[in-house]
Structure formats: C-alpha cells, structure tokens
Design a protein around this ligand. Structure first.
Ligand code: UDP
Length: 461
C-alpha cells in the first residue's frame, strides 16, 4: 500500500507532517459512521504543539517517592551548590535522551547545580553518518570510510568553534558529539561521556576510530553492565529513567484517554496491543505486525503502532513505508505517525492498551518499556540491550526472542488476564524503585561529587 493511499483525504502535509493511517479501506469506500480513522481528519491537538506545561518542582515528587528521598537529594546537592554543568547531545526532540534531559536539567538547576543543555548542529550528511555509526555500534554491518570520518570530524569541529565550555563539568551524550572532547585541554572542566547505546559488540573499525576520543574523558557512563568497554577511565552504571510527572507519564482522566482513542479510531471495547517507537528497523515494527498477524488467528485484538521520526533519523520515512506495506489492508492495524509533541496522546494510548510490546532487535535501554511498566501494563519486550534490566521474565513482564515468541505471548497474556495483571503490577514497582528521574538525579549528584573530590559533610549526631 502506498503512503499516498494512506493519506487522510485532503491531507497534503509533507512527509514530516503528522499522518494517521490504518490499513485503510479502499479510497472508494464511502466515509460515514462507523468511519475508520483513516477517513477522519487528525484531531487539531495533534497538528500544533501544545503549550508546554509548567516544569514540576522537586517537592511535587514527594507524594511518589516520599520525603526521605527528597531530603537525600537536597543533602547531596548541598556540597555542589553553584557548580556549573553543561550537557550536550544531538537532538532536542525525539528519542529517549532528549526526553530525559528535559527533566534532568531543570531538576539539577533547582538543586542549585546550574545545568545548561546544548544541542549540536549538523547537516543531513552528518546525521546520516551518525545514524550509520549508531547502527554499527549496535553491531550492524558497516564499512567505515574516510569520507564518513571526515564528515564526523568536520561537524564536531564546526560545533567546537561555535560553543564555549566555561562550566565545571561537561557531559557529552552519545557518539555524535563525542569528538568535542578535543577541546578538553583548553578547559578546566571534568568531561564525562554518557553513552546511551549498547556497545557490547560494536563494529570493530568504528570503535577503534572513536575509542581515542572516549579515552580523553575523565569518566564514562553506560546504561547496562554489559555495555561497558575496556577503557583506561572510570566507568559508571546509570540506568536511564522516566519522569512520573511528565506529560508522557502522569496520571490521566479516563475521559481524556477515551477522547484520544475516539480521535484515533481505537476501540476500547476490544483488546489493544501497542508498540510506541520511532520507525526504526532496530525496533522491528514489521516483526510486531507479523507477530500480531500470527496471534490474531487465535485471539481478537487491534494493533496500534505509534511513532514518529526523530530529527536525527533520516531512515524513519522508509521504515514507516515498510510498516504500511506489512500492515496491508487490515482495518485493525492502526499506524500513527505522530509529531514529537504528542506526549499526552502517547500516554493515553499506552494507558488504553491491554498489552504493550517493545520488540526491539537492539536497544539502548528502552524508555518505552519503562513507560509501559510504570503504567502497570503487561509488557512483551525483546531480550536485548537494557530491556532485561527492566523486564524480569515472567515477573515484571515477558521477554521474547522471535516473532513467534512474541505472537505466543500476545495470545497467552490476552487469555490469562490475572497473570497479565500481576506482572503489570510488579513492573510498576520495579520502575518506582529503580528507574524514576529522582533516582537518576541522585546518581548524577554522587558522580559530580566524586569528580569534584568533594565528600558530603558527615551528618551531625
Ligand atoms: N517517543 C515519542 N514519540 C514517538 C516515539 C517515541 O515521544 O513517536 C518517545 C517514547 O515515548 C520514549 C522515547 O521517545 O519516551 C523513546 O525512547 P527509547 O529509549 O524507547 O528509544 P530511542 O528512541 O531512544 O531509541
């Protein structure tokens, strides 16, 4: 099915514009109740970015994590008061890193550790190279060319010319801006490389190219024990995290969830199986469609694939097209190509879901898994990257290794609701203990303290 045939009538948006597709009925089918969503206009809330909500304050988390935890954060921050931090990454919207920085930066600043976030700039050629780097570091076949190295270094150099590094701590996220460290000698900062991706079996030539840069840093942080490399610098384990008060994760009124489902043509009276992800082959959206089709032979359900293209992902449109082709003309497959500001809608879709899938083939950590577990959803996820830290098989979710395994679990969980409920409840507890933003803030404060050589003052007896 072509993307044009999936367009909403009258929709003449560019490929970057939000579109909503189901495996649509033939265009000749008259629109009218009960209309399929492909024949409706997208809700206006989706077409324009909403006004950003006020940023939560530390005290707003008290009801979730308790007073003792809030006090612990203030205590750890006291010794770091006024210490300045710069965080640098490659995209302001889309993807887990941007999501996390959006919360981490204001919370650190509120704790009087002034933190500034900068995004590097680059042309399409840069993001094509860094996307290929990303995949190759995840183990994909890749031939590192001289040209790719030059593009990478040239844009890092351009950004260096533009940026200043007056802060006391500089945190560089992921490989895209990793070469900024070349300016380290000219600064008095401690430099930290925060790697969010799975480096357990990287493309050897690429890693050899990047390693000298990484070795310049004062410390490296990985999201899982298995991602760490042999490096001559200290390495730390930081689990990624979600913000329970963000638009993506906060509690929602049922009436809002219902409205979102109505707008998108999702039928809440029947089981809803959802994967929320960028349209990226490593998220295996086509595998999800195949698993759904196998399970559908035995159980009734709808499949929602909600995603969008991150600004640093030129492959997104191609993969979206592959998903539409795999979906064919099944009216129960709802493909949503959402712009990056649809956090509330994604929250609502996750909450409306009976099951959540994250069938990644490679994964950094998988914040979509964290989000689903936090919402108490029975979750089926690929046993890759940091996902097994979150999904403990048959306890906080179920792990799968194949399309068939995924299909089996869809069928099993839809027909064993008590077991599904139990793993959903345990999943939420697991997130509360380990993967909330407040735990992450604590780790940063401890690391800044270690790098600054400061120790928290002893507690007075
Ligand atoms: N996300 C989103 N819109 C989309 C797809 C994903 O807001 O269309 C969010 C998703 O809810 C999650 C993050 O982007 O918070 C994805 O993080 P994850 O670690 O799962 O994957 P990444 O995209 O970083 O590889």
């Amino acid at each position: 099915m072509s993307s044009e045939s999936n367009r909403i009538p009258g929709d003449d948006h560019s490929s970057n514009s939000p579109t909503m597709t189901t495996a649509a009925p033939p265009p000749s089918k008259p629109a009218g109740p009960p209309a399929r969503p492909s024949s409706r206009r997208l809700p206006s809330s989706v077409l324009t970015p909403p006004v950003p909500p006020p940023t939560p304050h530390l005290d707003d988390y008290r009801s979730i994590i308790g007073t003792a935890q809030i006090d612990a954060l203030r205590f750890l921050a006291a010794d770091l008061k006024g210490k300045t931090v710069k965080m640098v990454n490659s995209t302001a919207v889309g993807g887990g890193v941007a999501e996390m920085l959006n919360r981490l930066v204001p919370l650190l600043s509120e704790l009087e550790v002034p933190t500034h976030w900068e995004v590097i700039t680059g042309g399409n050629d840069f993001f094509e190279v860094t996307k290929a780097f990303h995949n190759a570091l995840h183990g994909a076949q890749y031939e590192l060319t001289k040209h790719a190295q030059e593009i990478f270094l040239m844009y890092n150099e351009q950004n260096l010319q533009r940026m200043q590094f007056a802060e006391e701590v500089v945190v560089i996220h992921d490989p895209q801006p990793a070469a900024l460290v070349r300016t380290k000698e000219k600064t008095s900062a401690k430099w930290i490389w925060r790697c969010h991706i799975d480096l357990s079996s990287p493309n050897a030539a690429l890693w050899e190219f990047l390693r000298p840069f990484i070795e310049e840093y004062d410390a490296a942080i990985f999201s899982s024990q298995s991602f760490a490399r042999q490096l001559p610098i200290p390495q730390y384990l930081f689990y990624p995290c979600i913000d329970p008060l963000s638009e993506k994760n906060k509690e929602l009124d049922d009436s809002f969830i219902q409205k979102v489902c109505d707008d998108f043509g999702i039928d809440r009276s029947r089981p809803i199986v959802t994967q929320v992800s960028r349209f990226d082959r490593l998220k295996d959206p086509v595998g999800v469609v195949e698993a759904y089709k196998l399970a559908k032979k035995y159980v009734d359900c709808q499949l929602v694939l909600a995603g969008g293209g991150a600004t640093d992902d030129p492959e997104g449109a191609v993969v979206l097209q592959e998903v539409k082709e795999a979906a064919g003309n099944d009216p129960d497959i709802i493909v949503l190509d959402l712009p990056p500001w649809c956090a509330l809608e994604i929250n609502a879709i996750q909450r409306a879901s009976t099951l959540v899938i994250q069938k990644s083939l490679r994964e950094g950590f998988g914040l979509t898994v964290t989000e689903a577990l936090w919402k108490g959803k029975p979750t089926i996820a690929g046993a890759v990257g940091g996902i097994p830290n979150q999904v403990i098989h048959k306890l906080t979710g179920v792990l799968v290794h194949s399309v068939e395994g995924c299909a089996f679990q869809i069928r099993y969980l839809l027909t064993h609701p008590e077991f599904a409920r139990r793993i959903g409840t345990s999943g939420r507890e697991h997130v509360k203990e380990n993967f909330l933003i407040t735990t992450n803030v604590k780790r940063w404060l401890l690391l800044f303290g270690i790098l600054a050589g400061s120790k928290p003052a002893p507690i007075a007896a």
